[in-house]
Design a protein around this ligand. Structure first.
Ligand SMILES: *[C@@H]1O[C@H](CO)[C@@H](O)[C@H](O)[C@H]1NC(C)=O
Ligand SMILES: *[C@@H]1O[C@H](CO)[C@@H](O)[C@H](O)[C@H]1NC(C)=O
Ligand SMILES: *[C@@H]1O[C@H](CO)[C@@H](O)[C@H](O)[C@H]1NC(C)=O
Ligand SMILES: *[C@@H]1O[C@H](CO)[C@@H](O)[C@H](O)[C@H]1NC(C)=O
Ligand SMILES: *[C@@H]1O[C@H](CO)[C@@H](O)[C@H](O)[C@H]1NC(C)=O
Length: 179
């Protein structure tokens, strides 16, 4: 268990690919962050692509002033760092609590018992998802398999409430919709 008191309490700072520039402005940033979400409808888990709302604003925070920031919502409880070996089958399960799951490495393949929708989450820049299908809202949950030989490093960050969002569409976000 790793407790992360300040890191996630407010904001994620994004940086542009032009790391060499010492004067980054927000003009080239997208309006918001699109996130693959495991939600639930009618007691069944479902995948959706959500746009966080409100979107990016220009930060005045020391150290990242002038860059784009977006709130990841209020957190609660202990955040965890999880090491998952390669070729691991997590089985069918519910989200233990509403939470961010931030995959930093590896590949997670998420499937649903009552839908052909699926998500391939590659650790790294587009590795954050929202897992909200707790047993209170989803009878059967979802399944997660880690099919590659690479081990997966994931951070789970429990949320106090579901972040503000707009539903873009059913199914996972696709390439080009994230960052
Ligand atoms: C950064 O760029 C903006 C827009 O081009 C300019 O107005 C500002 O003066 C620059 N700031 C620095 C510290 O160079
Ligand atoms: C967080 O972890 C600590 C230490 O393991 C534990 O005592 C505490 O109950 C946990 N808090 C929550 C909300 O789970
Ligand atoms: C969902 O799928 C499970 C397993 O395939 C099946 O037992 C169950 O009846 C299905 N539930 C609904 C509501 O379709
Ligand atoms: C969801 O399904 C489970 C298992 O069938 C059932 O026990 C539970 O009452 C259902 N919950 C809701 C909110 O419908
Ligand atoms: C998020 O999705 C919206 C709607 O499809 C799109 O306009 C926007 O560019 C996407 N954001 C990113 C960062 O790709």
């Amino acid at each position: 268990m790793v407790v992360l008191p300040a890191l996630f309490t407010t904001l994620l700072a994004a940086t542009t690919a032009t790391a060499a520039s010492s004067n980054t402005t927000t003009s080239s940033f997208p309006s918001t962050l699109n996130i693959t979400t495991i939600t639930a409808h009618n007691n069944q888990s479902a995948l959706e692509c959500w746009a966080l709302d409100p979107g990016y604003t220009t930060s005045a925070q020391a150290g990242v002033s002038g860059t784009a920031m977006i709130s990841l919502g209020p957190i609660t409880g202990n955040a965890s760092n999880i090491l998952i070996p390669g070729a691991y089958d997590g089985g069918r399960h519910n989200a233990p609590t509403i939470q961010w799951v931030i995959f930093l490495s590896g590949v997670a393949h998420i499937t649903l018992p009552n839908s052909t929708d699926e998500a391939w989450v590659v650790g790294g820049r587009n590795g954050a998802i929202l897992a909200l299908d707790t047993k209170e809202v989803s009878a059967e949950g979802h399944s997660t398999v880690y099919p590659t030989q690479e081990s997966t490093l994931a951070w789970e960050v429990p949320l106090e409430k579901i972040p503000g969002h707009r539903v873009l569409h059913g199914g996972a976000c696709v390439v080009g919709e994230e960052f």
